[in-house]
Design a protein around this ligand. Sequence first.
Ligand code: DAH
Length: 339
Amino acid sequence: MEISALEKEIMEADLSTQEAQQRFKQRFLKRGGVLDELLAQLRFLTPEERKVRGSSINRLRELALQRLEAVASSHSSAEGATLGDPTFPSLVIQPGGRHPLSMVEDRIIRIFQRMGYNLADGPEIEDDWHNFTALNFEPDHPARDMQDTFFIDPAAGILLRTHTSTVQVRVMERQSPPIRILAPGRVYRNETISARAHVYFHQIEGLYVDEGVSAADLKATLGYFIRSFFSPHTKTRWRASYFPFTEMSAEVDIECLICAGEGCSVCKHTGWVEVLGCGMVDPQVLRACGIDPERFSGFAFGLGVERLTQLLFGIPDLRLFGQNDIRFLQSFRRYGCFT
Ligand code: DAH
């Protein structure tokens, strides 16, 4: 039960009869009472959380004692009932903390800002053109399926964006190169919610288009990012991959931080964890967005913010990010100046 609910109960309990006072004692002050039970649960918390919660529980106990004393003294004094000592400090208000996803997003943004990237934004409710067609998805590409995509109006192709690559298209449509943008945002997919999948999560899209941009630039940029984000010693592995909107396409793995490459459940015993997708922007995509692929080239990448946060902090279950549990949020308070 929540501390604040118990506080309310203590403050409002009817103590007008002997019987009621007895019940009150039983509930709050005797062995096996609610406070006793809460104290017993402390052992499941971290030492830091234990301290905060333990002192709240002790204050509840003092508050309960105070109320009983107040009743006793009101019987013996001519002044009637008093409601405890007004100078008694109030219960600790439990503040939350910055969400770890926001902290990690800021950290990523700062690293790319150092390389001259600007922020760009786009809507979460999108159309088929920006989410799929301009990005070179074939009409029958499986990602367009209702199984994966939340459609708002299927006939009109209005949907919740499934990735932040939509912002690439929007920026290229309205701006000519050089373009160097970073687009953080929420994306949606029709998945069964589990420890590993959710119906919404956060991505950061990056795009760099100019004359003469090459795969060497891509590799150097993302290598710098990974070393800055994790550590200068983090090992990376580049794998050839496929995305409709890039040609060549690659995925980048880092050596698993949880087991140092030994193999564990997080890396599915491979020693490596995928952290991003990237590639050279397909000339088809440049053309669809009104940019001349004969003159310009570019690279793009997509990062999963949840994935990076999980790796950095060792968070096992994706669902924790969306539950707004104050104990989860408080456990990141010590990283207040982290970014
Ligand atoms: N949009 C991809 C996804 O959601 C991620 C991605 C991969 C973005 C490669 C890119 C890229 O810009 O080049 O899975």
